[in-house]
Write a protein that binds this ligand. Structure first.
Ligand code: GDP
Length: 301
């Protein structure tokens, strides 16, 4: 697939160059590696964490050459992703026993929120589930229109109200319709305004509280969408949204147009929230379930 192979060439190429021609892992190799990881948007904290792990293993195994370094690095990154409770699901499914399964999608404008919702609706529908979408981003007319277009494309109903309506009220209507129609999955779009922390927190809390009048344990999933091509901005947004609400899954988009797959490693390490999906293009099929092994393989070739 086009997306991940783009990621692969770049990060792996850089690592290969950083350690080429070296017969052992010395400070210079580690310095080069550190630079590659940081410029691949792994993030400073996570990079230092990885370097520390490698230093410990090099000291223990004494005579590690640079080929082995590749393997060690691959293992350490895979371990980091596992420790952070990667979902590693087999397919687009939702837990049974929660009907409808309610997903509230959060993230700033432009990261690919609407597109991700459309792609997810498509996958769930393909898996035989009935899906309802809720247009609770009522602040932008374009957001509602976009979601309606996706709803038509996928063939699922979109619940909406007029521009400027109360987002919580849209969420309430959507859940009520979904329950009345015995739907399997509900996906609620929310406004991506990072005006200030308290404002964001209040808005999302209100939507949740109103949802719980219909389904007491909703939302089951709070999915944060981040743009993988924005590097440090993605880290900052993850910080803001995890402070404002209980995010329990992430989707990282636009990993096709960038060499910055490293963002997935850093975000996963720093926020300890599983990356569930990755976006690899603008098309309806361009969403994949994040699979740890596949991802690590794609980084290292
Ligand atoms: P929203 O404002 O967060 O709802 O963002 P949209 O869903 O409208 O997406 C913003 C732009 O990013 C659109 O042009 C999408 O087609 C594009 N986009 C979304 N996801 C991806 C992705 O995974 N890869 C690429 N290349 N583009 C994407």
């Amino acid at each position: 697939d086009k997306g991940l192979s783009k990621t692969k060439e770049s990060v792996f190429g850089k690592i290969a160059r950083a350690i080429a021609g070296k017969s052992k892992v010395d400070d210079e190799v580690l310095d080069n590696l550190e630079e590659v990881l940081i410029t691949s948007d792994v993030g400073v904290e996570t990079t230092l964490n990885i370097i520390k792990r490698i230093e410990a293993r090099v000291a223990k195994d004494k005579y590690v050459d640079t080929n082995e370094l590749n393997n060690i690095l691959r293992e350490e990154i895979a371990t980091l992703l596992t420790e952070n409770n990667t979902v590693d699901a087999d397919d687009f499914s939702v837990p049974s026993g929660k009907k409808p399964y309610v997903i509230m999608v959060v993230g700033v404008n432009g990261v690919g929120k609407t597109t991700t919702i459309g792609k997810l609706a498509y996958q769930f529908k393909k898996a035989g589930k009935s899906v309802y979408l809720g247009a609770a981003d009522t602040f932008r007319a374009a957001a509602v229109e976009q979601l309606v277009i996706w709803g038509e494309r996928v063939g699922v109903p979109v619940v909406k109200q007029k521009m400027g309506a109360d987002p919580a009220s849209v969420a309430f209507d959507t859940l009520s319709s979904a329950v009345a129609n015995n739907a399997d999955v509900v996906i609620i779009d929310t406004a991506g305004r990072l005006h200030n922390k308290i404002g964001l927190m209040n808005e999302l809390t209100k939507i949740k509280n109103v949802m719980q009048k219909v389904i007491p344990d909703a939302p089951h999933e709070v999915l944060l969408v981040l743009d993988g091509s924005t590097g440090q901005n993605a880290f900052e947004q993850a910080k803001q949204f995890t402070l404002a609400t209980e995010v329990n899954a992430m989707a990282i988009t636009k990993l096709d147009g960038t060499a910055k797959g490293g963002v997935v490693i850093g975000i996963s390490d720093q926020f300890k929230i599983p990356v569930k999906y990755i976006g690899l293009g603008e098309g309806i099929e361009d969403l994949q379930i994040f699979r740890r092994r596949e991802f690590v393989d794609s980084l290292f070739g």
